[in-house]
Design a protein around this ligand. Structure first.
Ligand code: GDP
Ligand code: GDP
Length: 450
């Protein structure tokens, strides 16, 4: 696993853009949980406020106007703390440091208290955008009371009633507007055929396979309603579905001609992989896995595409070869044990019908999303069972985790400090054990608290 791109230390460099984090802070009982419930639309159950149970920094998936973000409830505080204000401030501080925007909730029926004012001082020091919420403004009279909260110096109070929903839509608009960059759009609706790159070193059987699937599966389709297909691509029907094999013009025409230098071959592979969602890497099962094969595999992994490895020319594999091939796979493919594998013969047609299901499996993993609640439950248990090794007398802690994107799945760990590369790989391995991701690379990055 050593060569996989694991530790991208800055989540914000992700090309898909990270899912922003909104922290909800404030004194106990001002209605933070009620507000979080309102924001997430009660799609997930917010932990009930049980006296004595700490409820710190619980993250939830949220969406508004087709945008995705994470909202962190910070109800937790230590009722037994000697200095209550300090305990609350400490709790809030951690949440604030990991957030992109802070929603500061005040109870309008109580007004600004000393504790509120202490929290405001901390919020100022954080230099994070803060949205002041005057909650429990259940009626117009209470809405007027909110005027007094201008004294906190956080600008205009957003009057809402988290309980009744009053004002919460406007509040969500303002939260999204306050984010430093727009959150990712939730994509849905129809899309074109899945894009597949058929790659591998010369002579592994790419043209043969393309010809086989085109013939076996009845028709090469020329057009699909509503999609524009690049003329260098081929539309092929496999297993009742239309697939777009990208950059296949060369493959179709070529009949076993020399394919130029390896340099051009690798450029071509890069182009096809870039244009595709999933790559089918062909390996010649009759020959040893070569460096050139490895390079093609790396190109796919580094591009973050879903991966199916097809061992072609399986008709040439006898028992002897099978034995050595198994050993080779263990040795040469140990960094990508997650790839979906199929054993086929483009010549005889053996198991070519396994290709479409394999591609679908890889794509499903590529687009898999782990709900934030499940992810955090899992990672809390994992970190408890196997904490990060102590470094210089301290061990960094994972505050919470979120899946920042899909295609491929990207995870961000919010921590108290940088994590060892070895510990990160451990987490990646465990993530796969728990959630699968067969056929897809995944990325785990760390965002240490500043
Ligand atoms: P937290 O400790 O800040 O998370 O506060 P909770 O969300 O647990 O709310 C504390 C109490 O205030 C609960 O009894 C809520 O029902 C109540 N509450 C929350 N929002 C409102 C509101 O908008 N209006 C009124 N009247 N009560 C509210
Ligand atoms: P490409 O360069 O990757 O496109 O490979 P080709 O499709 O041109 O195949 C190279 C050679 O391998 C040709 O002689 C094919 O007939 C042969 N070949 C392709 N697939 C198979 C297979 O499954 N079994 C056997 N025995 N030969 C194959």
């Amino acid at each position: 696993m050593s060569e996989l791109p694991v530790a991208d230390l800055d989540a914000s460099s992700s090309s898909l853009g990270p899912v922003p984090v909104v922290a909800v802070v404030g004194r106990p009982n001002v209605g933070k949980s009620t507000l979080v419930n309102r924001i997430i639309g009660r799609r997930q159950a917010v932990v009930e406020d049980v006296p004595g149970v700490t409820r710190d920094r619980v993250p939830y998936d949220a969406q508004w106007n087709g945008r995705r973000f994470t909202v962190v409830d910070t109800g937790g505080w230590e009722p037994d703390a000697k200095d209550r204000a300090a305990a609350i401030a400490a709790q809030a501080e951690i949440a604030v440091q990991t957030a992109d925007v802070v929603v500061f909730v005040v109870d309008v029926t109580v007004g600004a208290t000393d504790v509120d004012e202490a929290a405001v001082r901390m919020l100022r020091r954080s230099h994070k955008p803060v949205i002041l919420v005057a909650n429990k403004a259940d009626n117009q009279n209470l809405e007027l009371e909110a005027v007094s909260l201008w004294s906190l110096g956080l600008g205009e109070p957003h009057t809402i009633s988290a309980l009744h929903g009053r004002g919460s839509g406007d509040l969500l608009d303002d939260i999204l507007n306050a984010l430093p960059s727009p959150p990712p759009i939730i994509e849905d609706g129809p899309r074109g055929p899945r894009r597949v790159a058929l790659v591998g070193r010369p002579n592994v059987g790419k043209s043969s396979l393309l010809n086989k699937v085109s013939k076996e599966e009845r028709a090469v389709v020329d057009s699909v309603a509503g999609t524009t297909v690049d003329p260098v691509d081929s539309l092929v029907e496999m297993d009742g579905e239309i697939w777009q094999f990208v950059d296949t013009a060369g493959l179709r025409k070529r009949v076993n001609q020399a394919s130029g230098t390896e340099y051009y071959a690798s450029l071509r592979t890069a182009g096809a992989v870039e244009a595709a969602e999933v790559a089918v890497v062909l390996l010649d099962a009759g020959e040893v896995i070569s460096e050139q094969d490895q390079r093609v595999l790396s190109q796919v992994v580094e591009a973050g595409r879903a991966l199916v490895i097809a061992f072609n020319k399986w008709d040439l594999v006898d028992e002897d070869r099978r034995f050595y091939l198994d050993k080779e796979i263990d040795r040469e493919l140990k960094r990508i044990p997650w790839a979906v594998r199929v054993n086929i013969s483009a010549k005889t047609g053996r198991a070519v019908d396994k290709l479409a299901p394999a591609i679908r499996r890889a794509l499903a993993s590529w687009e898999q999303r782990v709900p934030t609640g499940a992810l955090n439950q899992w990672i809390t248990a994992l970190a408890q069972a196997t904490p990060h090794p102590v470094r210089g007398g301290r061990a960094p802690r994972i505050l919470f985790a979120t899946q920042a994107g899909v295609a491929p799945p990207r995870f961000v760990l919010f921590t108290t400090g940088p994590l060892d590369a070895g510990y990160l790989r451990f987490i990646e391995r465990k993530l796969r054990e728990e959630f699968g991701f067969e056929g897809s690379p995944i990325e785990v990055s760390v965002k240490p608290r500043k």
